[in-house]
Design a binder for this molecule. Structure first.
Ligand code: AHR
Length: 499
């Protein structure tokens, strides 16, 4: 099989927003407790944050981090998480049937973010709460001083406002599992009221309204249409969420997850633009793809789920998926899809960051290690340039049971002042695919970096017992007469830097 790609810096998709490389920390399982925070750990700092985890988070290169949920936020009282730690209440988290001590709250997390070099993206609770509580949190976070709640923040040790720019108006409100789940009309009205009120307090914020929890939701499309009819003037972005897993389809369809992500983006864009036309607006609504990843939800449903009125564990092992080589290849291909929609996707969050469906794992009192999915994310975040170019790609195709015929190879290209980056995926399960890349328009250049993820055993993973089993490999390239040639092994992802 083969594919050919033509790069020309004059054909651009748009600017790459750094917020495409965001992630997500939810109070769920061991994401916070025994994840980013473990006071007894030998690498813990004076605030109890694990130094080894912070180092890996920095290496991963995450921009914004969505917090504190997720399903968790729909039952969360933000006031519980501020003030003297010893006085904070212990609550039952209904979303994950766990105990929340509130030992780590808004101040601690924002301090951790500063150490990680990432920016806070906050979600408000529109499940069990509403306009008033959202306003209170915004006042507490963003007003410099001179009001009861802003002064309370200062008394709690934070003189400067948190100046949170991005706010999510609830989480997955289309999902029947969501605490306070509503239909599109009811949610749309509540989101509109909340957004208007929040903007009255701080007009500089960016607001994300809930779109669908995945493309297979029965209300997908209609939900976005109704919600945007209510909120078009009030919000900036609409969210997309989606997860894929090998166990949920066949291997070929799983490898085409990036194709599915592209369809979801294009369908939500079409819906937003249809509402724009019908309402005669000039403003454009873009997408915040603020939950995406590989996640075997069936494992959670069948094995992990906690129940019982007497049973509310503290930081249980939940959603601790172990990622394989093929999962990493799919994560790389999902990043390719995001880059190729840089004109309409302004923000995205890999869900999640530590221990919970995460690129980083920890053992209490022990090591922290990189899952296979760490590598494509870290490399793409590091190499992606400021501008996404239109990849003029012609590829052989293959048949999938879920999506029909799909390109065997997919690619994304970015450029910046120093050079060009190319990201490639070969979805063939059995065959190597040669890709010829016309780089004549780039002038006299050389390949300065060429790395890939592939393995004889596509189900190899990094585990506590063998944390370094899978890593990046160098991949051979040649350049002759303005054409760069690379042969991608079966089930592989690769990144090239050309300068
Ligand atoms: O990321 C795990 C969960 O997936 C989130 O809490 C929820 O928003 C989604 O269903």
């Amino acid at each position: 099989p083969q594919a050919s790609l033509t790069i020309n810096p004059r054909f651009t998709i748009g600017a790459v927003d750094r917020r495409l490389f965001g992630s997500f920390v939810e109070h769920l399982g061991r994401s916070v407790y025994d994840g980013i925070y473990e006071p007894g750990h030998e690498t813990a700092d004076e605030e109890g944050f694990r130094g080894d985890v912070l180092e890996l988070v920095r290496e991963l290169g995450v921009s914004t981090i969505r917090y504190p949920g997720g399903n968790f936020v729909s039952g969360f009282k933000w006031e519980d998480s501020v003030g003297p730690a010893a006085d904070r209440p212990t609550r039952l988290d209904l979303a994950w049937h766990s105990t929340e001590t509130n030992e780590v709250g808004l101040h601690e997390f924002s301090s951790w973010l500063r150490k990680a070099g990432s920016e806070l993206m906050l979600a408000v609770n529109l499940g069990t709460r509403g306009v008033e509580e959202a306003l209170d949190l915004l006042e507490y976070a963003n007003v410099p001083s001179g009001s009861t709640l802003s002064d309370q923040r200062r008394a709690n040790g934070l003189d400067e406002p948190l100046a949170v720019k991005m706010w999510c108006l609830g989480n997955e409100m289309d999902g029947p599992w969501q605490l306070g789940h509503r239909n599109a009309d009811d949610y749309g009205k509540l989101a509109s009221m909340t957004a208007k009120a929040m903007r009255q307090l701080d007009e500089s914020i960016e607001l994300v309204v809930c779109g669908s929890s995945n493309r297979t939701m029965p209300t997908f499309g209609a939900w976005e249409h109704t919600v945007l009819q209510h909120t078009y003037d009030d919000v900036d972005l609409i969210s997309c969420h989606a997860y894929w897993a090998e166990s949920q389809s066949d291997l070929e369809s799983f490898l085409a997850a990036g194709h599915d992500m592209s369809l979801m983006i294009e369908e939500v864009v079409a819906t937003a633009d249809a509402v724009k036309a019908a309402l005669k607006k000039t403003k454009q609504i873009n997408i915040s793809f603020d939950e995406w990843n590989v996640w075997d939800i069936s494992r959670f449903e069948n094995e992990d789920k906690i129940s019982g009125v007497e049973n509310w564990p503290l930081a249980p092992r939940l959603l601790e998926d172990s990622y394989t080589v093929v999962d990493a290849v799919v994560v790389g291909s999902l990043l390719i899809s995001l880059l190729n929609h840089a004109d309409r996707v302004s923000s995205a969050s890999l869900a999640q960051l530590v221990n919970v469906i995460a690129p980083i794992m920890t053992e209490p009192g022990g090591v922290a290690w990189k899952q296979t999915t760490f590598f494509p994310f870290a490399v793409t975040s590091r190499l992606a340039g400021a501008t996404a170019l239109t990849p003029r790609l012609v590829s052989d195709t293959f048949e999938t049971s879920t999506y029909g015929e799909v390109n065997l190879v997919d690619s994304a290209v970015t450029s910046d002042d120093a050079g060009t980056s190319v990201f490639l995926v070969n979805r063939s399960v059995t065959e190597a695919t040669t890709v010829t890349i016309d780089i004549a328009s780039l002038g006299d250049v050389a390949v300065t970096e060429a790395v890939a993820i592939h393995d004889e055993d596509i189900h190899a993973a990094n585990t506590l017992a063998s944390p370094d089993r899978v890593g990046l490999r160098h991949i051979e390239t040649t350049i002759a007469d303005g054409v760069l040639t690379i042969t991608l092994p079966p089930v592989s992802w690769a990144a090239l830097r050309v300068e």
